[in-house]
Design a protein. Sequence first.
Length: 338
Amino acid sequence: MNLQDQLENTISKLTAPGKGLLAADESTATITKRLSAVGVESTEENRRQYRSLILSAPGLGESISGVILYEETLSQRDDNGTPLPQVAAHQGIVPGIKVDKGKGPMPNAPGDEITSGLDGLEERLEHYRELGARFAKWRSVYHIAEHNPGAAAIEANAEVLARYAAICQCQGVVPIVEPEVLINGSHGIDRCAEVSEAVIRAVFNALYRHGVQLETMILKPSMITPGQEHSRQASPEEVAEFTLRTFRRCVPAAVPVIHFLSGGQTPEEATLNLNAINQMAQPWTLGFSYGRALQEPAQKAWAGHAENWQAAQTALLKRARLNSRACLGEYQPTMEAA
Ligand code: 13P
């Protein structure tokens, strides 16, 4: 297959109607936080077991089209010796890989951060492809505060996101472009909309400058919501209205799919909001690429005990199925009880 065919083949799988992505690409520091929250020590072996558990949940491929893995997982194997990317692939789930090297303070821009990881990316992608990865993810983050994010951070993060995306496509790897506007803060929904629009406009300008093919990329943004500490939380209908209004203004219709991150919403909120979004007319396929909102219930159910393996898989499958219904606008809160 030539590069263009590879990109098209992957994107068609990752836009399957009624399916979303599982973000299981937590860095070692982040998964350590998640596992400690349920009383599990974050050893390499425990991480291998936990990730084997989620990737082998029977029937996961019915609602999940792709999984984003962390580098460590890419070369781990399940108890039968099958490489974990293949465990996913056997379920019809396309394996992908987080390729950024994390974020850090941006010099001369107090309160803003910049993501790194472009050096050596081409060579790393070749290696990841050999291990089965067909798409990649790069996350930039933006804090909302009185003077954040500043223009320099918006431009610099857009530039690296676009350079990353261009490098991926040149290797036949579909890029997930993830500008995450963080939910922390006491700002209202209007301010989130204003910041998100500025961020996304800058990202698409940069993607254009770098010749990124919009038809074979995925946008992974946050939904437009009030800050977590705001005095009034928004209804799913308000979230849907603000989110779609903002994206219609700045995301070209050539982008095939927008897979939202959950960003600190509870699992139920993330499903309700996605469902409301899918009840309004829009030019893109709108799905999910959730980490916490898919995995939290499974992590709690597992708590590191082998006898809870099945209960944990059931908890993951439940969230995956409900979000799959939300992709079609067919979710009802009463389904939570089933
Ligand atoms: P959350 O859904 O937990 O925000 O994670 C998605 C993700 O991949 C963040 O980079």
